[in-house]
Ligand binder design. Structure first.
Ligand SMILES: [Zn+2]
Length: 396
């Protein structure tokens, strides 16, 4: 028999049922309670929902949580974050990644798109804990020519030690740390190898002003002029854009990673959700690093995204709970080509069990409303990724 799991007595779309998982995929959403399986996960009093897919973070920056707060982005980066990072060793990155991965699983994420240094340490931790990741190989102009060639070589020759749970992305850090030539080279490499390109974009006013001064145009137009934008691009933040740029992003099929907590905490600005949504952009959610959030809790990110969209548009109907939920779950999975993000037969078996006995989940007039607006991650009882239990009844 294939590797199988029976999730018994789970609450799904208003009914209690037994869910059979085989070979890492949902096989039967109405299985018999005594269906044969290698493992049983008891789910009495629990709802089953898709987990989270975090499309922008810097895992190892968990070590910088609370190290520097309450200051503007450039000062925060230049005076605190970069000097701290210069002193970080491989062992530090390993421990930072471990802390982040444990936090992510506990708060319901089974995937993260990372951008950092020393990718081997992070990949080892991902492998140890059994979740998925798209690990960015980061490029900045400050690297030497040989470092750059080494990174390109890694991208060309890397093979996944986890059998499909980890992919690499080409990650030019941002337009203010990566010049034209390297940006173009990154885009060419991503396309040649069929990889995603992950970049910070239009995060602050200063980035836009500097881009206007140096390149005579705005960041989105600049990247479009260089031919960088396409359906393989994951652009983080995208706070300062106009309507024409929204149309460009939609037309090129770029995936946006909206990081409301980081944008609010660094006072970077307000993601123009209504405009980008109406333009038809694919919008996902990211936490950004622990250093600017200051946690990796995607459930919180959903709530903040919805509240920010409402207060900034002056319209309480903007981003209803179901939209925030879709951004945090299936939109993120889809953007990275992960055949998951919904509980349906044939889909990869990724799921959370939510304890309906939590006070914050009661009364249940509307499950999704409770999950997005009321709950917290302590209501997450268990986490399943591709049929494997990453957390069982609160035990990692
Ligand atoms: Zn970031």
């Amino acid at each position: 028999m294939m590797d199988s799991l029976l999730i018994r007595n789970a609450w799904l779309d208003g009914r209690t049922t037994n869910i059979l998982v085989e070979g890492g995929r949902f096989k039967d959403l109405s299985a018999a309670p005594d269906a044969l399986a290698d493992r049983v996960l008891e789910a009495d009093g629990m709802a089953i929902v898709p987990p989270f897919y975090n499309t922008h973070t810097h895992a190892a920056m968990s070590l910088l949580r609370g190290y520097a707060d309450d200051m503007p982005l450039q000062k925060w980066l230049e005076d605190f974050i970069w000097p701290f990072e210069n002193r970080m060793t491989s062992a530090d990155i390993c421990e930072g990644s471990r802390l982040a991965v444990r936090e992510m699983i506990r708060t319901g994420s089974v995937f993260f798109s990372d951008m950092y240094f020393d990718i081997d340490q992070t990949i080892d931790i991902v492998r140890e804990y059994g979740l998925r990741a798209a690990i960015g190989v980061t490029f900045v102009d400050a690297h030497s020519k040989s470092q750059r060639e080494e990174k390109l070589d890694i991208l060309r020759h890397w093979s996944d030690p986890t059998g499909g749970m980890v992919s690499l992305t080409v990650a030019p850090h941002a337009i203010y740390t990566v010049g034209e030539d390297l940006l173009v080279r990154c885009a060419e490499t991503a396309r040649e190898l069929g990889l995603k390109l992950h970049i910070h974009l239009s995060e602050t006013r200063r980035e836009v002003e500097d881009c206007l001064r140096d390149h005579g145009t705005t960041p989105v137009r600049y990247l479009d002029r260089l031919g960088v934008l396409g359906p393989d691009v994951i652009a983080a933040h995208v706070v300062h854009v106009d309507e024409e740029e929204a149309a460009i992003l939609a037309e090129r099929g770029v995936t946006l990673s909206h990081c409301p907590c980081s944008n609010m905490k660094l006072s970077s600005g307000i993601f123009p959700y209504k405009m980008l949504h109406q333009a038809g952009c694919r919008i996902t959610l990211g936490t950004d690093g622990d250093s600017s959030n200051n946690n990796l809790d995607m459930r919180e990110e959903m709530k903040f995204a919805a509240l920010l969209a409402k207060v900034s548009s002056g319209d309480p109907e903007t981003m209803p709970a179901a939209e925030a939920f879709a951004m945090a779950t299936r939109n993120g999975a889809e953007a990275f080509g992960i055949d998951a993000g919904v509980i349906a037969p044939g889909k990869l078996a990724d799921a959370l069990l939510i304890d309906m006995r939590c006070e914050k989940m009661q009364p249940c007039h509307n499950f999704l409303s409770n999950w997005v607006y009321a709950a917290d991650s302590s209501c997450i009882d268990s986490v399943v990724c591709q049929g494997r239990i990453l957390m069982e009844h609160h035990e990692l």
